[in-house]
Design a protein around this ligand. Structure first.
Ligand code: ADE
Length: 235
């Protein structure tokens, strides 16, 4: 998979790309992520990428010209058949594991990081295929949201993480939240691992894990719990 990222802060992305799952995916030759500075596409002599909103209002809006040029530059290099062009924005559709799984099937993604009030609507109308929110809060720009989306997507590509099993058994690949996990030692500072996990009794361990998943989901995410309950009733 190739991922191009249009941003006014390419330096913000580099340390994460070079030290996270993205580096492992790049080393294995499975994913390549390339940040592009939106300013370098600006035809303004000062490299300006934003302006005041028509009709008035506080804040600045990113102008269409550098974004149209940047998008065309990225697409011309790759010539993808049906490019998914993603704009992370708080007014987008909620990001989810299902959407991450869908994006993980694509050979190419282009991410557009906005700042200030956002980007000129014409960029969204002409180019953007997916407007995605990573949660009901407002970040100062799209870079962190893009990194969240990239991380969630690339770990699902076969070969990126050790066993696909561990991606599939996560919370959200599952209708319930995950159960607690323990490793050695059995006792640490008087804190003991639950006996059942040391019993070697696989059926009992699985029952305990499922009970823990149900308990956690009911407490923290009643919405998911009720969805799971109604699916159980159907079966
Ligand atoms: N940009 C700013 N806030 C955001 C959010 N919550 N989700 C996605 N992109 C954003």
């Amino acid at each position: 998979m190739k991922i191009d990222v249009l941003t006014t802060f390419p330096d913000m992305l580099v340390p994460v790309i070079e030290s996270s799952i993205a580096r492992i995916a790049a080393e294995k030759g499975i994913v390549s992520i390339e940040p592009h500075d939106i300013r370098s596409f600006s035809e303004n002599k000062h490299g300006k990428t934003d302006d005041y909103p028509f009709g008035g209002g506080d804040g600045m809006v990113m102008t269409p010209q550098p974004l149209f040029s940047g998008i065309r530059h990225c697409l011309d290099n790759v010539k993808p058949e049906k490019p998914r062009i993603i704009f992370p924005t708080p007014d987008g559709v909620p990001f989810s594991q299902d959407l991450a799984e869908d994006l993980a099937q694509e050979p190419y993604l282009l991410m557009i990081c906005g700042h200030y009030k956002g980007i000129d609507q014409r960029v969204r109308d002409v180019w953007v295929t997916d407007e995605i929110s990573i949660g009901d809060y407002v970040l100062t720009g799209g870079e962190i949201a893009s990194l969240v989306i990239i991380d969630a997507v690339i770990r699902l590509i076969p070969g990126v993480i050790g066993t696909l099993d561990s991606a599939l058994s996560d919370s959200f690949s599952h209708p319930l939240l995950d159960c607690p996990w323990y490793t050695r030692p059995e006792v640490f500072e008087d804190l003991k691992v639950p006996d059942v996990l040391l019993s070697g009794h696989h059926a009992r361990i699985e029952t305990w894990r499922q009970e823990e998943r149900i308990k956690k989901t009911r407490e923290r995410r009643p919405d998911l719990y009720h969805k799971w309950l109604s699916e159980q009733k159907k079966d």
